[in-house]
Design a protein around this ligand. Structure first.
Ligand SMILES: [Zn+2]
Length: 405
């Protein structure tokens, strides 16, 4: 570039001595070129050359004018190229900073969404969402943003986003299934025998009071197997039968067992057995030696054997991985249902005949798989206190013992 500028100067000086008019024109061309340079518009070499030729008389002048024009055009082309390069560079810089800004915004959106999903799951008593896993994913985005690793941040955002989609889908699915089932049951008239089944998950501080209220009202507790027999043959039923059931097999349910023993009350515990699909994070065989602890604490095989031998507790199955069954295909449903039965029967050395649908999520195919596996009865989370022999695989339950008559 500096070399070319020098050439221009020399040529212009030569023209000046020969024909002033031509020089004037050349100057105009240069001026125009400069202006055009500024506006970054391309210039047609043909037009410039023709323009100069028209106003020069000698060959020498024509040659020098062409020469100047060519140099100017070359110079202009370089200048345009440089300008474009510069503007491309600045665009890149702008892009990078918007990237960080945009990624930061996406991160905030994801955080908001995560909170919404966690709240939605908690308020619906859905335990499928692994809060810790979500926050770990979100934290990795934060680190990527802090170190301005935009490529990595993109990846982390994608990962967190698809995990949230997955959880959101599962939670919505469970809620939808419940709503449909509950609507159906509230529309149906309460026919059948009054055989309330109480459903518990974690133990509340007033659990003992709840048991006392049942005693005070004259209820007799039955296991699910006994309730099933009683519905089939009502003459076998006590005056006020009630079945107490516990889902999931959390370790704090051992406290409940001690209270049940104190009042000589029977109950059924639905146990998750643990498996690959849940990363061995839930249930009886949850891997307790994992580097990173996951899931809640569950009763162990020996706890469950102890309950089974107590004479007041029936062990029922609650799938391998505690996944909403309505979200699975028939083959996976069959595995979740059948395998949990097999594992428990092997542990206890006798048949396991009662089942509970995780999250109360079921469909016709899940019912079929429960029957095919050899279970005799299955409980849902649909609200209701009365049952007939037609309800054996969709038995309704209630949550509050104080509300029983
Ligand atoms: Zn459950």
């Amino acid at each position: 570039m500096p070399k070319k500028s020098a050439q221009i100067k020399v040529t212009v000086r030569q023209s000046k001595t020969a024909v002033p008019h031509a020089v004037k024109k050349t100057k105009v061309v240069r001026k125009k070129t400069a202006v055009r340079k500024k506006t970054q518009k391309n210039i047609s070499s043909k037009t410039t050359t023709e323009h100069v030729i028209t106003h020069t008389s000698s060959k020498k002048q024509v040659v020098s004018a062409i020469f100047i024009s060519l140099i100017l055009i070359g110079c202009l082309a370089i200048s345009i190229r440089d300008t474009q390069k510069l503007s491309a560079n600045s665009t890149n810089q702008v892009k990078t900073s918007t990237d960080i800004g945009a990624l930061d915004e996406e991160y905030s959106e994801l955080r908001k969404r995560a909170t919404e999903i966690i709240t939605k799951a908690k308020s619906a008593e859905i335990t499928v969402v692994d809060e810790q896993a979500i926050y770990t994913l979100l934290d990795s985005i934060k680190i990527d943003l802090a170190t301005e690793s935009t490529v990595q941040a993109h990846k982390s955002i994608d990962r967190a986003s698809s995990k949230l989609d997955e959880y959101d889908g599962e939670v919505s699915n469970i809620i939808a299934t419940r709503n449909t089932a509950e609507k159906k049951s509230s529309n149906a008239p309460q026919t059948g025998i009054y055989t309330p089944i109480l459903m518990f998950h974690s133990i509340s501080a007033n659990f003992e009071k709840q048991l006392q209220s049942l005693v005070a009202k004259g209820y007799t507790t039955l296991t699910m197997q006994e309730l099933y027999d009683g519905i089939k043959e009502p003459s076998k039923l006590p005056k006020k039968p009630v079945a107490i059931t516990f889902d999931d097999g959390y370790v704090d349910q051992l406290t409940a067992f001690n209270l049940l023993k104190k009042y000589n009350m029977k109950a059924t515990f639905y146990i998750i057995t643990s498996g690959e699909a849940s990363n061995w994070c839930v249930g009886m065989n949850r891997r307790r030696n994992q580097a990173k602890p996951c899931g809640n604490d569950f009763m162990t095989e020996s706890d469950i054997k102890m309950l089974d031998r107590s004479g007041i507790i029936e062990i029922g199955a609650h799938t391998v991985d505690h996944i909403g069954l309505a979200s699975l295909d028939a083959k996976k449903q069959a595995f979740e249902i059948g395998e949990s039965k097999k594992v428990l029967e092997k542990l206890l050395g006798h048949q396991v005949t009662s089942f509970a649908y995780p999250y109360g999520s079921f469909n016709q195919s899940a019912i079929t798989q429960v029957i095919n596996a050899g279970f005799l009865n299955a409980t849902t989370t649909v609200a209701g206190t009365n049952h007939t022999s037609n309800d054996f695989f969709t038995l309704s339950r209630v949550r509050d013992p104080f509300k029983l008559n």
